[in-house]
Design a binder for this molecule. Sequence first.
Ligand code: NAP
Length: 344
Amino acid sequence: MSQPTTRALPTIGLEWHLIGRPRGWPTPADFALREAALARPGPGQALVHNLYFSVDPYMRRRMDHVESYVPPFRLDHPMDGGAIGVVLASEADGLTVGDHVRHGLGWREYAVVDAQTVTVLDPTAAPLSAHLGVLGNTGLTAYAGLLRLAGVKPGEVVFVSGAAGAVGSTAGQIAKLMGAARVIGSAGSDEKTKLLVGEFGFDAAINYRTGPIVEQLRHAAPDGIDVYFDNVGGDHLEAAIDSLNSHGRVVLCGMSAQYNDTAAATAPRNLLLAINKRLRLEGMIVSDHLDLREQFVREAVSWIREDKLRYRETVVAGMEHGVDAFLGMLRGENTGKMVVRLDA
Ligand code: NAP
């Protein structure tokens, strides 16, 4: 079972620690890049050299000391999250030196992983980083939200916020693949709105920084919307409630506009309309839908091959730029999935 290796195994690796709980927007002073001694893998474990790790909006919530569906990061401990790496040494059945794996111990150069927590990837199916984005949890989030929660029907009008991001860019395209007649997206720059229409096939796009969303959405959807895929919350959710038709559905996926707020949200102010219109607003957590992963990946791989599903990634190179990538993603510097590539 123990796998011989042709080179000496590393004994020290770099890892990012949270060293202070941010109030409002995080700053680089809340984090430290530290060296740590590496343990040898025990029975059922493998030592992985990380090649990519993911930076995601939900990680901001984990920096606060609050109970959520994932525990808060511990101060002065390595942060974690999605990562892809290559096995350097294995004491586990089913994991071989050289295997490419996805696992949950990101934000560090090397990880000792339990074999039952990793997924072995086929490196020829797609670029490895795609397994953190379009073929990973953000893609599955879009798919499960539209399929299970919204139940998009042919001919419907769908509005997606955060539409140039990882979840949003996939959600808009999958809504079209499910037969939506019109898909409208919102994003934070003209460059992104052009991409939504030109690259991702949205029918209309709104730059939420150039005017009130409520008016822009009424203009883009004169006959109303049937489904709102919410990545942003706040004013966007208020505008969607305003434009939703009777029996409309809202997938409450994320609230990026609020993660750094220090005061309570002031919108939506029009929830009463949800009663009049018989709306359904439903929160989702992707981990409740892991049973869909195999079906989703199979469909997504063929959509990508047929050029029916496109994706972008913003890749930041260098372990030392991990926090810059995370803060940049919160500011909207990413198009599609933001990932950190560790230099070999
Ligand atoms: P992402 O959209 O790729 O990146 C975050 C984006 O948020 C930025 O690119 C930025 O785009 C936008 N943003 C930041 N501040 C904003 C503001 N004040 N108003 C509007 N947009 C703002 O991230 P993602 O990974 O795809 O996640 C999207 C959402 O889905 C997040 O809310 C996340 O928490 C949620 N999510 C939920 C689940 C789940 O299981 N429920 C799983 C994955 C993700 P602009 O340039 O357009 O502002």
